[in-house]
Design a protein. Sequence first.
Length: 409
Amino acid sequence: MKAFEKTDEVKVLRDPVHRYIHIEYEVIWNLLNSRWVQRMRRIRQLGGAFSVYPGADHTRFSHSVGVYEIVRRMITEIPDICEALSEREKITVMAAALLHDLGHAPFSHAFEAILQESHETYTCRIIEEDPEIRGILEAAAEGLAKQTADVIRHQSANPLLSQLISGQLDADRMDYLLRDAYFTGTKYGEFDMERIFRTMRVENGRVVIKESGIYAVENYVMARYHSYWQIYYHPGARSYEALLRCLFRRLRDLAQEGRLPESIPEFEPLMKQETLTLDQYFALDEYACSYAFERLSHGDDPIAADLSARLLNRGVFDYIAATADNIRHVRACLEKAGFDPRYYQAKDDVMQKVYVPYHGDSNNAIWIRLHGGRILELSEASSIVSCLVQGKTLRDERIYYPKEIRNLL
């Protein structure tokens, strides 16, 4: 079997979370320097959270490089994982780690509701169809593009590869918890990754954690839970994303009426609900969106102009609990103040359980190996997690509206 080419020296990138990122394979270095991976520099990691946390301007690029580094450490520093994988599988999982967010649209997950397509779908399309990305992978090894995409779509011949990137205890979550905590200035996402590494093993083709590492895993689960409510589900961040949905609702209505402004051609196929080509998708980054919002803010349609200006200048909506009475009252106040509720009232509903135990897919669970050798799913091995799983699922429903009507409520 052909050996994978290595770089003339180990490439080292500085990183505030992992200190150093190490790249020694030519295929990974070439992928890093490809235009699609570089595009991720123009996509923020946290969607609308930057409007709440001033430091949260980090990108999908830095996150993806971080996920790659965690996977690289897993396959080289954890003996069980190192021995379980061939060199080709190691290259495949490192490439999948670097490319796993390749298909993200602007403003992260908030844009998926507008696209009505998951970023994973676009990621796999790019890996298998883009001449540059596919060419780099296929030049390294025939069939590597499909094998990399299969890891992301959870169809890999070796399920362990998908577990390392997208399971319950994976490199993706580990990096974004630590990275988002760092850049938001919060402490909620911090956990002891090094301890998890030291207690990580492979048994029967799946990752397990030694019983001595259960406290680090409990800490990880709680870090994830708190991060969701304090960062990802923060009402201020959700307000920005609600405003984004309102603007695109207006643009879609204008497109249906044949009145979509000519100044935003990058949005035209999106508003007409056409399938985007990869070139059209590539051009759709946050730089392009911000420029389009600037043009719309000076356009002829007063609603699109106002909503765009709010997005550019942090004119985020206020919010209130989404009870039936509140929804009716907000709508009446909007109409009284001259705002069209279709574009100035948005409902948002989020919910989260601390940890979802294994249901059918043994690869989508955290497994603990007890000192005696028995392997239990985390909620069976941890009394803390067991109590949390049995607790009430938290749900937060809010209605968002312009602050200008606050005095009418």
